[in-house]
Design a protein around this ligand. Sequence first.
Ligand SMILES: Cc1cc2nc3c(=O)[nH]c(=O)nc-3n(C[C@H](O)[C@H](O)[C@H](O)COP(=O)(O)OP(=O)(O)OC[C@H]3O[C@@H](n4cnc5c(N)ncnc54)[C@H](O)[C@@H]3O)c2cc1C
Length: 490
Amino acid sequence: MQLRQKKAAETIQNADSYVWYAQSKYWSWKCQKTMGPAVDETDDEKRLGNRGVQVPPDERSMFARCSTRAPSNLNHAITAQPPALRIVTRFKSTTPEGTQSPDPQSRPPKSRLSKRSVFVAAWTALGVVAGWQIYNYNKSRRDSFVAYTLVSKEPVSSTASIFHLEPKQPYSSFGLYKDAWRKGIWNVDFKQPQLQIVRAYTPLPPVDVAATGPGSEGGKEEKKDELRFLIRKDPHGEVSSYLHKLPVGAEIEMRGPNLEYELTPDVRQIVFFAGGTGIAPALQVAHALFEGHKDSTASDSNSDSVGRGSTTKSLHILWASRMREDCVGGVSDPPPASEAVMPPKPTWSGFFSSRPKPRATSSPTQSSGTDKRVAIVEELDALKRKYPGQVTVEYFVNAEDTWIDEDAVFRALSRFDDKEFSKGSTASAASGHGPRQRERQILISGPPGFISYLAGPKEWRNGREEQGPVSRIIAHAIAKNPHDVTVWKI
Ligand SMILES: Cc1cc2nc3c(=O)[nH]c(=O)nc-3n(C[C@H](O)[C@H](O)[C@H](O)COP(=O)(O)OP(=O)(O)OC[C@H]3O[C@@H](n4cnc5c(N)ncnc54)[C@H](O)[C@@H]3O)c2cc1C
């Protein structure tokens, strides 16, 4: 400790010597004479004058030689001194040849050090304050409602439309949303102003014009600040029926983003179970999985942080709709060629006796002949074209008696490639430990009944909604087709 203090004092002395040396040279030049120490006390007094300028003894000697004969020069000398000199030389530590280090007692190193400390502390404090202000600014933007305009409503089916919204003000929360798109699943709150109630809605990812193609049915250009939402009309629901009644041009108050699920860069394979408008989070996940972590990759935009290409990523979506009109034109991808072994039929088939008996099939894998496709199906098809073989979709339509049952989950698990890791248990799957479990995820998003039917309900604990244990169809399927996988109920 003492040694460190001594070193610091030496450094300062060296720096000071450099200053004095430079100053003596400057004043020698200015006064056209060689500098020297004051000859006696009177000379010293004269040099300092009565200006109350605090000049250390050594410094006085330098200014003085000049001022003894020409007192006006002292004035000039003090004001004309280069102001930045001391700060600049503070960082120099060598003593110029032929100069003497000043007496350390005359310039306590502590005060010099504290000046620098004060400077550094001031900048640090400024940085902290600025950071805090930015955080608060973002938080207040997130927590306060912002006015958006409903620019168009695009009917998807008799009960659902895609709402296109633009911010009323040119400033907007675009920056906040840009970050959210990269992260994973997020939503915003819409306000019903008369009742002062809010409901959450999930934005659809930006339209990829290149993938849909400007000439194609889905080739629509999206404005930078625009947000789109797939909103189902519940005739008895307060906010959804209010939104569906709004005319184009109406104002909607929105607050967000609220991040629900963060997709970490190590996630490689996802099986996504979507129920109804739960397809919106599935599209968000597709966006985050394939586009979200591109920035963090070093040289190859197709490589992740551990050097594997984005071509090793995969997403299989199982989308269940009530009616065919919600997914018109959707054609299921065939199961993978390697998938051969089907699980034994469940012995507990009567378990869901209150429900229609599930059939272990998704909707047809052949096109029905009609070219008409609803907007969401077009977007899913665009994803499949952009990431061939990596994005696959199965459609289930309850009205056509196709259900996501245990066989469907079993087959979906077979899409997790890399069989060498195909081991584990339901318990470990639910715990979410181990690198493989982070790389492979099962996500379930939809109405509470849908989540509960597939994996058991979420649970309320200490005033918070928690995941709850993974049970039912997903748990049974994992038990029969073991994979290290993490299950998330969204
Ligand atoms: C994170 C999140 C994201 C979401 N994203 C979307 C999305 O992208 N798109 C979308 O369409 N929806 C989404 N939702 C659902 C949405 O938030 C609303 O819940 C939905 O629109 C219905 O709200 P509402 O106010 O219209 O209905 P509510 O008024 O909440 O009513 C819902 C249903 O409950 C019934 N009900 C109400 N009160 C009673 C009562 N006392 N007794 C019996 N029944 C009652 C109503 O008849 C109605 O059928 C999301 C929900 C969450 C949590």
